[in-house]
Write a protein that binds this ligand. Sequence first.
Ligand code: KG4
Ligand code: ZN
Length: 358
Amino acid sequence: MTYSALADEKLRQIQETGRARVLAIETSCDETAAAVVEGGRTVLSNVIYSQIPLHRRYGGVVPELASRNHVGQVGAVVRQALAEADTKKDELDAIAVTSGPGLVGALLVGVSFAKAFALGGGLPLLGCNHILGHIAANYLSHPDLEPPFTCLIVSGGHTHLIEVEDYARFRLLGRTRDDAAGEALDKVARALCLPYPGGPELEKLALSGDPHAITFHSAFNEGKGFDMSFSGIKTALINRLYTMEQRGETVNRADLAAGFQYTVNHTLTRKAIRAAITAGSGSLALAGGVSANQNLRGMLSAACAKEGIAFYCPQPVYCTDNAAMIGAAAYYQLMAGERSELSLNAYPNLSIFDEDQT
Ligand code: KG4
Ligand code: ZN
C-alpha cells in the first residue's frame, strides 16, 4: 500500500469511529513541544521544553538560535511525550504539527520531523494553524465548551477578536492595527529593564503599583469599532519614562507597569465584551499567551458576569505555547476529513481567514 492509501484509510477510520489518538508537535517560536491528545479533549501527555533561558540574554527570541535548538530537542521531546502517554508509535492515529504562523526556520523543524514520522508510520499528517490551536486550548480546559462563542486571542504575535461560528468557521470581528498586546507588554517591560519575556514580569511589578497613578489614553481604543491599537500607548510610556529619567525625576516603575497593564487590559476587556454583545454570543473565551495574565482574567471574568456572558479561559499551562492545543485543534480538522500532503511547508504568515493569506 502506498503512503497515501494508508493515510486515507486511517483518516476514514477516524471519521467513522470518532476516535483519534494524535501526536501533536509545536515549534513555531521558542518552545519545543509535543503532546498526545485523544479525541481532541483528553491530554495524555504535554511536554514543553522552553528555550526562554537561552534567549533571555538577548532580550528576545533570536530566530536562528531557536531553529537550531528545536533541531537538538525535538526528537527527545517527542519520545518523552509518547512515553508519558504510555503510547507506542503504532497506537497513534495521526500526526499534527503547527505549520504557521511563526518563525519560518523554527516551524520547518517541526514540520520536517512530523512529515518523516507520518511517512514512517503510514499516518495521516495535518498541518495546523497556531492561532486555531490557541482557541482550541479552551476545549482542553472546558469539556462543555462548543461553538458558537466569541474568542479574544492575545499573544506575542496576535491580537484578534473572532467569532468562532463552528469548529472550522471563523469570522473576524476586530484586530490590532499595529502591535500585538503581548508585543507591547514585552517592549514596555524591556524599557523598564525587566527580563524577557516581559509580560509575566510586568504583571509581577504591577502588583505593587497603582494602576490609576499614571494613565495612558488612546482615542482610537476609546472609539466604537472593535479594532485596537497598542503601539501609541507603548510609545507614550517609553517617552514618559525617558523624559523623567532625563529630568532626574524619580521614576515609580511599579506605577508605570500597573498603569500600562491596566490600559491594555481595560481596552481588551471593553472591546471583547462589546464584540460578544454585538455578535449575540452567550460565551466569551480568552486565548493566547497573554491569557495567563491574572489581571486580564479577573477583568474579563467580572465584566462577563455583569453582562450575563459565560466566561472561559484555559488553565495556565495551555495559555502559552504548547502542543496539546494543536492536538485539540487537529481532532476537529481530522473529523472533517482534512489531511495534509507530504509536500506540507512552513507558512510564517498563515492566517485563519482565507482572504488574508499574505
Ligand atoms: O502565545 P504565546 O506563548 O506565544 C505567541 O504565540 O506569541 O504568547 C507569548 C506572549 C508574550 O508576549 C508574553 O509576554 C505574554 O504572552 N505573556 C504574558 C503573561 N504570560 C505570557 N503577558 C502578560 N501576563 C502574563 N502572565
Ligand atoms: Zn502562541
